[in-house]
Design a protein around this ligand. Structure first.
Ligand code: DAH
Length: 343
């Protein structure tokens, strides 16, 4: 009898499982109502008297050890399940990290700055809240100049002295003036930034949009330099190598021009966006007016230069065939996600 009990003791000691059904079978086998412990107690009466003490002790020990084993197995099982509840299945693959995407405005801005930085242009910035002097007067747009009406302005503060009026800049050309005040020629800089105009919002125009301004000042800068720089730029950005400059008017440049690129007439979209001409206007430019150089403290006898300005939204709409300017500001993830692959 003692040998039998010792054998069962060994089995109980070795039992180790975290499976519900295995623990339950173990319990039934040893301490169930028809289990081994019960059966052995049934046989106890046949044990010779002189062995009764030893066998009785061993039997009680077997019973208690088996009960304890079931208890600790259930506890271990429960704590494992609790852990799973917190951490889930620790062997499953990790949750993928949602990759964001750059905003199309940033993508185009980065492309433009990178193209110009390759030919020596620095990147500069100016304030969005500007005074009249930098946004208008210094750029050859004195008070009552009719061209001020070309850009409907959000004024912040009117002052006795017009030049001190505060406003939201209507174009990045204001940065030209600030840059020339702070730097001596040769100057090669581009200034990307946000601009504001009091305009009705539609598919084609918005009251907030972005521009990139370019400024090049040195001795002997000619219109040919301007044209060649723009040709390089349009080739790099659009992969199109045909441009034309149409005479135009801007108060801060003389002569002034608008730049068209030959987009082509291969598809129906080409027809639509070029209104059947194949040509597309992409920016304004010109030779910096000597008055502007003077206003910014640069010797206009010694130096000449060119400037240009373009709208980032317009270029992004062309590059990515975006039909409505409002889409840039709606923060619709489905729209923005499409730019994940673009750098
Ligand atoms: N500032 C002009 C606008 O907002 C764009 C522009 C035209 C900038 C000609 C220039 C330029 O620097 O030379 O419409």
């Amino acid at each position: 009898m003692l040998d039998k009990i010792n054998k069962y003791m060994g089995e109980v000691a070795q039992f180790n499982s975290l499976k519900v059904d295995e623990i339950e079978s173990f319990r039934i086998k040893f301490i169930g109502s028809k289990g081994i412990v019960k059966t052995l107690f049934g046989e106890f009466k046949d044990v010779p008297n002189e062995q009764k003490k030893a066998v009785g002790q061993a039997l009680n020990e077997l019973k208690n050890t088996a009960i304890e084993k079931v208890k600790i197995s259930i506890e271990a099982l429960e704590s494992e399940q609790a852990e799973k509840g917190i951490y889930g299945d620790l062997t499953r693959p990790g949750a993928p990290v949602e990759l964001g995407s750059r905003h199309p405005i940033s993508i185009v801005k980065n492309k433009i700055t990178s193209i110009f930085s390759r030919i020596g242009f620095t990147v500069s910035e100016g304030p969005e809240i500007e005074d009249d002097w930098h946004n208008f007067t210094a750029l050859n747009l004195p008070e009552y100049h009719p061209a001020r009406d070309m850009q409907d302005t959000f004024f912040i503060e009117k002052s006795e002295d017009v030049e001190k009026d505060m406003l939201l800049r209507t174009h990045t050309s204001s940065v030209q003036v600030r840059y020339m005040n702070e730097h001596k020629p040769p100057i090669r800089t581009i200034s990307p930034g946000r601009v504001f105009r009091n305009e009705d919002i539609s598919a084609r125009s918005h009251c907030i949009f972005h521009q990139v301004e370019g400024l090049y000042i040195d001795t002997d800068v000619s219109f040919a330099d301007l044209k060649q720089t723009l040709l390089y730029f349009t080739k790099e950005l659009f992969g199109k190598s045909k441009i034309r400059l149409r005479p135009s008017y801007f108060p801060f440049t003389e002569p002034s021009a608008e730049v068209d690129i030959y987009w082509g007439l291969e598809t129906e979209t080409d027809y639509r966006i070029t209104k059947g001409t194949g040509w597309l206007e992409i920016m304004g430019c010109g030779m910096v007016d000597p008055n502007v150089l003077k206003n910014a403290g640069i010797d206009s006898e010694k130096y000449t230069g060119f400037a240009f300005g373009m709208g980032i939204e317009r270029i992004a709409m062309l590059l990515y065939q975006i039909p409505d300017i409002r889409m840039f500001y709606e923060n619709d993830v489905k729209f923005l996600e499409q730019f994940k692959a673009v750098q």
